[in-house]
Design a protein around this ligand. Structure first.
Ligand SMILES: NC(=O)c1ccc[n+]([C@@H]2O[C@H](COP(=O)([O-])OP(=O)(O)OC[C@H]3O[C@@H](n4cnc5c(N)ncnc54)[C@H](O)[C@@H]3O)[C@@H](O)[C@H]2O)c1
Ligand SMILES: O=C[C@H](O)CS(=O)(=O)O
Length: 489
């Protein structure tokens, strides 16, 4: 494992973390992890399965009573230390992420800071798990509401944000007093394992954070079916989210599901054009379009359409595609060949149904790993890209005339994660903001991802919210504590 040059090489680990031990799979089998920009093997990880996942669950169960009993201030202090170590090693964490995920180094470092934000936020929230009191119906009774950790928790995370999707789950779980077992994506496990190394250095007790690498089915079966796990938080595709929900039903686990999206990005005639173009670039092309909250459908009103298309085309033409380690590269590879094929299928489908390739970035790239950012005009709701997540750097422009038409197109999706719109009109701002059926709405901004606000979707985009003041509630149970028979004298 020497293909990633690091200031601290001990951050690149090819072992699973179970009960404080760095271990291989019992079978000895390993899975190779490849750099999506080159195909070169970065290293390998244990191909853990059900047995290792159950061992991690047992370790978490053993750690639970002591972890739950630690004063919130102590749990917070450990989280603060973890946060500081993540910041200290942010360059190496970014190098690992770029090597396994592909996003440009500056963007990878941005994700590390974003991920660290969740650790800091929930360190602070750990101290604010307040219960309550309820006015009692009789004089001899008092009723308290206690908040208690839900118990052993599990997290299954995707490859597109290999750091932040883990901290967004682990930090609130740990803050609430829940030990956790994490199954990172098999495509990007090293970012997770590096976070594990830093958590260990921060001083988390053995078993409080466990990281089980491997193929999804075996590990997933244990995390969804073992009755000791009381909570599963999943981020990934709607298809797999629905499957895990079914698998969890026999043991009735608490569930958080952060699933796919198909975000509309609406530009009204009265928008600030520069701001709308900047917002569209930020929203559409982050992580080469492989983001659940990426603008998937760009709806532009007739009067501003051509000016917007010209400006967007200019910005896209200036993008540089390539290996994320190279200076000046803004768009890295897609995660694998299947992702590239899907984006090409969406492009071909759109072109065959009347879209026009209006602009594209320049430069020669390996077409089996990279997709050149492209602007399409003439997109319509019949196209695949209107109905499925494209997850690539394609910006399709849909022309519309009236506000009602834009709302109807925007809401015409089974997904409900994020939506964006640009207008300078105050009345329209409220009207449209309230009519959009999404968990997150951005007005005059292309970004809604931050630790301070609830993050999550409705409809087939999921259940529950991460981040914000309510994020920790996902890992807490309410207990009504009734005290009866109190004597007045
Ligand atoms: N809403 C959000 O917050 C959010 C954030 C990031 C990504 N996503 C979504 O995630 C998807 C991209 O990520 P992906 O391709 O890694 O998704 P995915 O659903 O294929 O995989 C996500 C995770 O689930 C695991 N998994 C897959 N099949 C499993 C099974 N049968 N049992 C147990 N685990 C299983 C994978 O190994 C991975 O760790 C996109 O749809 C994207 O929109 C959503
Ligand atoms: O892919 C979607 C994630 O939730 C990423 S982010 O939270 O928007 O950064």
């Amino acid at each position: 494992m020497s293909t990633v040059a690091l200031e601290d090489p001990s951050l690149l680990v090819g072992r699973a973390l179970i009960g404080g031990e760095w271990v291989g799979a019992a079978s000895g089998e390993e899975l190779a992890v490849r750099d999506p920009a080159t195909g070169v093997e970065i290293g390998s990880i244990p191909a853990c399965g059900e047995a290792e996942a159950n061992a991690a669950i047992a370790a978490a169960e053993a750690a639970f009573p002591a972890w739950k009993a630690r004063p919130a201030a102590e749990r917070a202090a450990l989280l603060e230390r973890w946060h500081d170590l993540v910041l200290e090693h942010r360059k190496d964490l970014a190098r690992i992420m770029t090597a396994e995920q592909g996003k440009p180094l500056a963007e990878a470092e941005g994700e590390v800071l974003y991920g660290a934000g969740f650790i800091k936020w929930f360190a602070e929230e750990a101290r604010r798990v307040y219960g309550g009191t309820v006015p009692a119906p009789t004089a001899d009774r008092r009723i308290l509401i206690l908040k208690e950790p839900v118990g052993v928790s599990a997290a299954i995370t995707p490859w597109n944000f290999p750091n932040a999707m883990i901290t967004r789950k682990c930090a609130p779980a740990l803050a609430a007093g829940c030990p956790i077992v994490v199954k990172p994506s098999e495509l990007t496990p090293f970012s997770a394992l590096a976070l594990g190394v830093l958590a260990e250095r921060a001083g988390f007790p053995p078993g409080v954070i466990n990281i089980v690498t491997g193929l999804p089915q075996g590990v997933g079966a244990a995390l969804t079916q073992n009755p000791v796990v009381r909570k599963l938080s999943f981020t990934g595709s709607t298809r797999v989210g629905a499957l895990l929900m079914r698998q969890c039903s026999d043991t009735l686990k608490r569930l958080s599901l952060e699933l796919g999206g198909n975000a509309p990005f609406i530009v009204f005639d009265d928008a600030d054009l520069d701001a709308a173009v900047a917002g569209a670039i930020a929203s559409k092309f982050r992580n080469a379009g492989q983001t659940c909250v990426c603008a998937n459908r760009i709806l532009v009103q007739d009067g501003i359409h051509d000016a917007f298309a010209d400006r967007l085309a200019k910005a896209v033409a200036a993008m540089r595609v390539g290996d994320g380690r190279q200076e000046g590269v803004t768009i890295g590879p897609l995660i694998n060949a299947a992702a590239v094929e899907k984006v090409h299928a969406h492009l071909d489908d759109a072109l065959s149904l009347g879209a026009t390739r209006f602009a594209a970035a320049q430069g020669e790239v390996d077409g089996s790993r990279f997709v050149v950012p492209t602007v399409l005009t003439g997109a319509s709701t019949r196209m695949r890209l209107a109905n499925e997540e494209t997850f690539g750097p394609v910006a399709p422009l849909f022309r519309f005339r009236h506000e009602d038409e834009a709302i109807e197109i925007a809401n015409g999706t089974p997904y409900g994660l994020a939506a964006y719109f640009y207008t300078e009109n105050l009345n329209r701002s409220w009207r449209v903001g309230e009519r959009l059926e999404f968990g997150m709405v951005g007005l005059n901004t292309g970004s809604v991802s931050m630790e301070v606000a609830p993050f999550g979707g409705i409809k087939q985009s999921g259940i529950g919210r991460e981040g914000g003041a309510t994020g920790i509630e996902e890992y807490l149970e309410l207990k009504s504590f009734h005290i009866g028979g109190l004597k007045s004298a």
